[in-house]
Design a protein around this ligand. Sequence first.
Ligand SMILES: *[C@@H]1O[C@H](CO)[C@@H](O)[C@H](O)[C@H]1NC(C)=O
Ligand SMILES: *[C@@H]1O[C@H](CO)[C@@H](O)[C@H](O)[C@H]1NC(C)=O
Ligand SMILES: *[C@@H]1O[C@H](CO)[C@@H](O)[C@H](O)[C@H]1NC(C)=O
Ligand SMILES: *[C@@H]1O[C@H](CO)[C@@H](O)[C@H](O)[C@H]1NC(C)=O
Ligand SMILES: *[C@@H]1O[C@H](CO)[C@@H](O)[C@H](O)[C@H]1NC(C)=O
Length: 671
Amino acid sequence: MPGGEPRCFPSTGSAVLLLLKNLQAPSVEAEVLVCCGAPKGSAAKADNKKNHTFVRALDTCGRIKITDPNPQWVMKTMPHARIMGDIDVEQVTESFTALMDRRKFSLVVNLTLTFFFFFFLNPTRMTSQISIIYFLLFQLIIIVSHPCHRFLTHAAGGRWQFLQRSIGISAMHMQLLNNDRVIMFDRTDFGKSNISLPDGKCRKDSTGNKVDCTAHSIEYDVLSNTFRPLMVQSNVWCSSGAVMPDGSLIQTGGFKEGDRRIRIFKSCSDCDWVEVEKGLAVTRWYATNHILPKGGQIVIGGTMQFNYEFIPKNGAPNLFSLPFLAQTSDRGVENNLYPFVFLIGDGNLFIFANNRAILFDYLNNKVVKKYPTMPGGDPRCYPSTGSAVLLPLKNLQASSVEAEVLVCGGAPKGSVAQAKKGKFVNALDTCGRIKITDPNPQWVMETMPQARVMGDMVLLPNGNVMIINGGAAGVAGWELGRNPVLNPVLYRPNDKLGSRFELQNPTTIPRMYHSTALLLRDGRVLVGGSNPHNYYNFTGVLYPTELSLEAFSPAYLNPENSSLRPKIVLPASHANLKYNQNLEVRFTVARTVALDKFSVTMVAPSFTTHSFSMNHRLLVLGSEKVIGIGNNTYAVQVTTPGSVNLAPLGYYLLFLVHQDIPSEGIWVNLQ
Ligand SMILES: *[C@@H]1O[C@H](CO)[C@@H](O)[C@H](O)[C@H]1NC(C)=O
Ligand SMILES: *[C@@H]1O[C@H](CO)[C@@H](O)[C@H](O)[C@H]1NC(C)=O
Ligand SMILES: *[C@@H]1O[C@H](CO)[C@@H](O)[C@H](O)[C@H]1NC(C)=O
Ligand SMILES: *[C@@H]1O[C@H](CO)[C@@H](O)[C@H](O)[C@H]1NC(C)=O
Ligand SMILES: *[C@@H]1O[C@H](CO)[C@@H](O)[C@H](O)[C@H]1NC(C)=O
């Protein structure tokens, strides 16, 4: 096989005989697929007692027509490297069953042979107790190393933490507030959740008939890892929102009786949702909200809505047309819902829908610029759901601040129709990156280590991007996603093109349609949700509804890095900051290496749902000079953003980053 690397135990790859067809032919063609394994010498390196080194596994498969007169290996690269994997032969059940039977057979043969070896031949004249122990040990080694039993991916890092088995609801929508509580909600008309409403309260469900005494919203307290039920009156399913400058969450729209509601949540120990009926000009379901520079929100699109409106109302009528949304709606499929919207420094909104984008002057209802269609032309928005982020904004004092957007994953054209017929097309494995402020902007395409649909993209405090959750085939919607992608992927925007992605350690819980992820103040990524069914279905379905909550800790939180991790001393938590203000940040750090490897960043917390983090942005305030002021304490002077277009009014998380390792954040209020 090309490369000459070993593929059998202990450099364990796997193999199958592919489906045998045309069985009536005089000579039946046969093909074999061999995948994974480990490079030459890996076993010795792993086994070196003084220095265990775990070499990255092979990521290639070889396929060969063994009945050809001149058989040749054809090599293909897999989405990730793997040893001790099993080949899951979908659609080739016959040969798979044969393989399983052979495995069972080989286990029986091996048991018999070793038993015979130890008890009858007994080469070393052991006592019977010792030979029994040897026999059992030998079996244990064989069972543990048997390809049926283990499945392992060597990946770069990060750790998963299981926070809650059940928060009672599926975390379909999430927003972090400035008291480190996360507001979550799912849907009010799909049965009883796993948490009761407080104080014996009940409500009539959307049909007005059935009484439901369970909650469909909760407040999760990050610091104590506890939660309490909240009460939404109307259906919040597939809605949108943003946090206002005063810290209250304003959420809009939803389904049926909830589709024109505005709901307000102001945090306190026993606060609950307050709802405004007919608060919206039109129905909003699958819309995107963006915070406005001086407070207020714009609500864009939604199912069958090719327009936008403002909250609070901006005159009457509060409805403005946006033909771009009609132009990007694929007939019968849409592929442009939950558009990716970002405010940039010149005050315009970048709006991406389906496979292309515009720069939009929302105040004058004018398209300022049209961006080229992303190469390939495949859809990236719901239900062919990809994800997107505005990459970190830097050099904030420049007269025009450069802005770049990264859009990743999605599903090839036609995938929705295919999925509805039970054919789950592989997701897109590409990202497009574009400098939206360039005079002649062009997409630069990059390939992810894995294909992904319904992923979430989260900005980390150090400016890297975590791509997490989702599947590798199918699309968004009930029962339409397949092949969960369990490994997050880290994207380092400042690295060289071609070496920006790094695979992270996998979770064990599929997070398919209706899963979410967001950045916490301590640098972890909170992960929840996954509800690919029309109800709460916990058993008897593919990918049961998930009520659990996990956190992913990127490698910067590894204990090895703790001596490099700074701790902010000043400003104090919840400090008020002005625009264009000189700000001294004081911090302590146990071990400093270079005084020029510090930066100060500010992250706006997002409203996350359906693979998009609305209002998420990161500003690099830069680092001037770090000076030591004794007692392991240092000070750095930075300048806060100069305009509300770069950083809308409101609460941000402020981090001090040292050699890519962020401090715990503090909340600041930009006023
Ligand atoms: C351990 O082994 C690896 C590869 O075999 C080698 O690169 C590394 O230098 C070794 N480390 C030590 C401390 O010997
Ligand atoms: C429902 O909640 C209970 C604990 O309150 C938990 O034991 C159970 O696993 C939850 N059910 C599901 C399906 O998550
Ligand atoms: C999910 O549960 C509901 C009601 O509990 C049931 O009607 C429905 O058939 C289930 N869905 C699937 C895909 O099994
Ligand atoms: C943190 O520590 C790990 C080693 O445990 C290292 O691989 C990683 O790159 C370090 N730094 C960051 C920024 O993650
Ligand atoms: C350093 O810390 C000690 C003990 O906490 C304190 O007494 C001293 O004043 C500090 N020195 C400076 C320069 O802050």
